[in-house]
Design a protein. Structure first.
Length: 289
């Protein structure tokens, strides 16, 4: 399975998760996974949903891993019908207002966390992408941040704002990182990038200190950045490229979150020639014949 994943050039993160999910499947039954069949797949998926109470989105990832194992590695294509994807409720993401984003950044514990949060909001990067940013990826001459080998093995460029550049320069003078923009504090001698969960922790800690009641995650900050861009008049296609979305339909959901676009809609109820509330109230209080 590892050879098949590597042959198809899957990312290291996907490889790690796929192998882990198939390993858990095998351990659940105490057998080699190639010895398990359709009934085992059915009962395991029910176990994930009902007993472990995983969300349909999480189960979807398990199913993807098992599909790869049985269909791509073992070539048992007849197993496809026994590995349906669970229906996932597609919720609109919540977003932070501009004031809440400022609150979040101001609640940073130190310059490291402040810079991390500012880069997160100033670029809309995914947490794995920001964790692996290098000093060389910041191009102050062209005012661009390069994203190298982002999701789907795609590179892209993002605009670097002057405000963010000033913070990055102050941060570099303070910490003097050598290779990685955000090096791990656990590996000072052999510089390593921070783990993606460090980005997550920075958001949750700052949100707690700021008093924001919403559950703040790196992806929520990313959604907020994209929505604020749309409200500022940025073209939807440009936002798609900045976010690194494969499909424009994925980006289009920000139309539902943008206050500007919501308030531009003329509700047809406004066109109805209705009586005023006072007129209607007098009508309702007429004595019955």
């Amino acid at each position: 399975m590892l050879e098949e994943l590597e042959r198809r050039n899957y990312s290291q993160g996907t490889i790690r998760y796929y192998l882990r999910f198939v390993e858990r499947f095998a351990k659940h039954f105490g057998k080699s996974p190639d010895k398990l069949g359709p009934d085992d797949l059915r009962s395991y998926q029910a176990y994930l949903l009902k007993q472990r109470k995983l969300s349909p989105g999480s189960v979807e990832h398990h199913v993807s891993a098992l599909r790869f194992f049985f269909l791509r590695t073992l070539h048992r294509h007849e197993f496809r019908q026994f590995l349906p994807y669970p229906k996932v409720r597609r919720k609109l993401p919540k977003i932070l207002s501009r004031e809440e984003v400022a609150q979040l950044i101001e609640a940073s514990s130190d310059l490291f966390q402040r810079t991390l949060l500012m880069v997160l909001y100033g670029t809309g990067l995914r947490r794995a992408e920001i964790a692996r940013l290098k000093i060389a990826d910041v191009d102050s001459q062209r005012m661009i941040i390069h994203v190298v080998d982002g999701k789907g093995h795609k590179d892209r460029d993002l605009p670097l704002s002057p405000t963010l550049l000033d913070t990055l320069r102050a941060y570099w003078r303070w910490l003097k990182p050598r290779t990685w923009l955000f090096p791990s504090r656990m590996h000072r001698e052999l510089e390593q990038p921070i783990a993606a969960k460090t980005v997550w922790r920075a958001c949750t800690e700052a949100a707690k200190r700021s008093g924001i009641q919403k559950k703040v995650t790196p992806h929520l900050v990313r959604h907020s950045w994209a929505t604020h861009l749309l409200e500022a008049g940025t073209d939807l296609r440009a936002i798609q490229l900045l976010l690194g979305h494969e499909d424009l339909e994925t980006t289009a959901r920000y139309l539902h979150l943008s206050q500007k676009h919501l308030h531009q809609v003329i509700n047809p109820i406004e066109e109805l020639k209705l009586s005023t509330v006072d007129q209607a109230r007098r009508l309702y209080h007429r004595p019955r014949p």
